[in-house]
Design a protein around this ligand. Structure first.
Ligand SMILES: Cc1ncc(COP(=O)(O)O)c(C=O)c1O
Length: 373
């Protein structure tokens, strides 16, 4: 047996998510001067001043546990989405809501179908439950391959995950893709649509997955977050919009009792009330994405189509040396971690000066890049 007995065979194969530089860890590092953090798809802007004010006002109350199912936040999300408040589950980031799905749904012998490359939680959560992750490679434009996802479903499949816009590629599903998924996933299989970057797509006219999902007879869940468009990544707050109260309660059964910090809930309410602030942050990010994309293309690296707050491109040779080289100079971007995609790079869109610094280092690195046959 490899390793100690307390590591189950399922967990032994998983990588620990640690050692990833964050603004907090870099602040403790005296050698890192003004790092440029473009590796976690965070919002580069501080949250709305109304959020900071609300947190300060609520801070003296943290001797009490937060509300595990905050009605006021569920009501605010219900007003925006039209999903009944009783069908909304609020989580410690949408990551938590996604992690609850396999805990609720999967047993050893079951399978879950999912895109790759995509958000790793689908695979990790499925593996932890001893179920089989069935990974379906995205299309060349980075969209989830809906026909491939549907073809991978069999009698063992309990859950199908999809991601729109997809991380790390950036491409959203089309309405035809969504309709095909909604109709093609069997009625007894849970269809989970990860919409962490929904607001960026919507800011450019995208309609999101909800209207298609509402046409579905079987169960569905859309997960969204306040980490990206609403600049609350550090507070960890996301939510799931479920097709039924029964599904929402299924997720609540497996979640931690007090999964939400009271300050996060207060902040989320304030952030949702200041929609103009979020829209202005997104507009600036989308404009910058256009500028950065054009610059990368001018340097000879075509970007994948993106409707999110990041861009990806193919470096054509293993991208790790490039990424480590930039990290040594305080600029953090990311390799795609998925087998077969080692040449791809993802860069979050930051402030203009951060993007400029990154582009400058990339152009220097590209000038010395090994030529690929
Ligand atoms: C596609 C996708 N889903 C979910 C998440 C989780 O976000 P959070 O837990 O901050 O809501 C992320 C974070 O980067 C993501 O990219």
């Amino acid at each position: 047996m490899d390793g100690p007995r307390f590591l189950s065979a399922r967990v032994r194969g998983l990588a620990a998510f640690s050692g990833v530089p964050t603004s907090a860890s870099l602040a403790r590092d005296p050698s890192s001067v003004s790092p440029v953090l473009l590796h976690l798809n965070e919002c580069p802007f501080a949250p709305s001043p109304r959020v900071v004010d609300a947190i300060c006002k609520a801070a003296a109350g943290v001797n009490r546990y937060g509300d595990p199912r905050p009605d006021d936040l569920a009501a605010a999300l219900s007003r925006r989405t039209g999903v009944p408040a009783s069908n909304i589950v609020i989580g410690n980031g949408s990551d938590e809501v996604l992690a609850l799905v396999p805990m609720m749904a999967l047993n050893p012998g079951d399978s879950a179908v999912m895109p790759t490359p995509s958000f790793p939680r689908y695979r990790i959560g499925t593996t932890i439950m001893g179920a089989q992750p069935r990974m379906v490679r995205n299309l060349p434009d980075g969209r989830n391959d809906v026909s491939g996802l549907l073809a991978a479903i069999d009698a063992s499949t309990k859950v199908v995950f999809a991601c729109t816009p997809n991380n790390p590629s950036g491409a959203p599903l089309t309405r035809a893709d969504l309709d095909a998924l909604v109709l093609g996933v069997p009625d007894d299989v849970l269809l989970v649509m990860d919409e962490a970057y929904f607001e960026f797509d919507a800011a450019e006219g995208g309609e999101g997955a909800l209207s298609a999902l509402r046409e579905r007879r079987g169960p569905w869940l859309s997960t969204r977050t306040l980490s990206k468009a609403y600049a609350l990544a550090g507070l960890r707050i996301g939510y799931g919009l479920a097709s039924s109260e029964e599904l929402a309660l299924g997720l609540v059964r497996v979640k931690l009792n007090f999964n939400l910090s009271s300050l996060s809930v207060v902040a989320a309410l304030a952030a949702l009330e200041d929609e103009a602030y979020a829209q202005s942050c997104m507009a600036r990010t989308i404009a910058e994405r256009g500028r950065v994309g054009a610059a990368l293309r001018a340097l000879g690296y075509p970007t994948l189509p993106s409707r999110a707050n990041f861009l990806s491109f193919d470096y054509r040779v293993n991208s790790l040396p490039l990424i480590l080289g930039l990290a040594r100079q305080g600029v953090f971007i990311r390799e795609w971690r998925d087998p077969g995609f080692e040449t791809f790079v993802r860069m979050t869109i930051g402030l203009p000066q951060e993007n400029d610094r990154t582009l400058q280092l990339l152009s220097e690195a590209f000038a010395q890049a090994p030529v690929c046959a």
